[in-house]
Design a protein around this ligand. Sequence first.
Ligand SMILES: Nc1ncnc2c1ncn2[C@@H]1O[C@H](COP(=O)(O)OP(=O)(O)OP(=O)(O)O)[C@@H](O)[C@H]1O
Length: 264
Amino acid sequence: MIEVANVAVTFNRGTPMETPALRGLDLAIPEGQFVTVIGSNGAGKSTLLNVLTGDAAVTQGRVLIDGQDVTGWPAPRRAALVARVFQDPLAGSCADLSIEENLALAATRGTRRGFALAVDRGRRAAFRDHLRRLGLGLENRLGDRMGLLSGGQRQAVSLLMATLQPMKILLLDEHTAALDPKTAEFVLDLTRRIVEDQGLTALMVTHSMRQALDYGARTLMLHEGRVVLDVAGDTRNGLDVPDLLALFARQRGETLADDSLLLG
Ligand SMILES: Nc1ncnc2c1ncn2[C@@H]1O[C@H](COP(=O)(O)OP(=O)(O)OP(=O)(O)O)[C@@H](O)[C@H]1O
């Protein structure tokens, strides 16, 4: 269970640049739930992810992972608990290292082991199996530099790297936004497969309301640093994008003229 209790984050506090990014946000995610998150630009989505990774300091409230209060833990201390895939396909891996070396590095995430790039035969076979499951033929390219891969291939490997080690929550930070629609769909379906196969708890930020409704089991909408919509189960199954906009309008007494605010 992941719990974010009454969390506030204010950037540049006490200065003319003061920006409240989260304003008393409450959220509980049961183990194994795949949650999608939407919200307009500046709603606080990235800040929420940063609060979970320990990259943003909270000014109020608590973060609990499996009942353990990790609020004061810096990001490196949470590395074994939280994994993240970024929007930029270049961000999650090292271009100058081979696919195999990148996987070897990922396998040390959150452990006390040093950076061991050398790979023995057993581990190579395991990496090959993992790569085969991506269905991209990368199992035959273990020695290729990561920088040679396309954006979609790289994002698929980043996903694999993020999920090689056990974690308590997988954070997907608009991880298909930089891909063309067909590749994005492939990576999203791969995401669904990995999350379901491993029974992961996951939080996926997206600017697409369609994606938010199509993937996962629960959708949150953030607005001005708070959760303003939280739909799951039958309510969510029957929803289409216009329904989501209407729900938002009813909830907030404001109207979103179209998708533009949310699609960024
Ligand atoms: N490091 C920072 N320093 C100052 N202000 C910040 C910082 N990070 C975020 N903010 C501000 O906090 C607010 C929330 O930003 P955040 O990036 O969490 O929104 P978001 O929902 O992820 O938006 P987007 O969809 O545009 O990525 C915004 O007003 C943003 O400008």
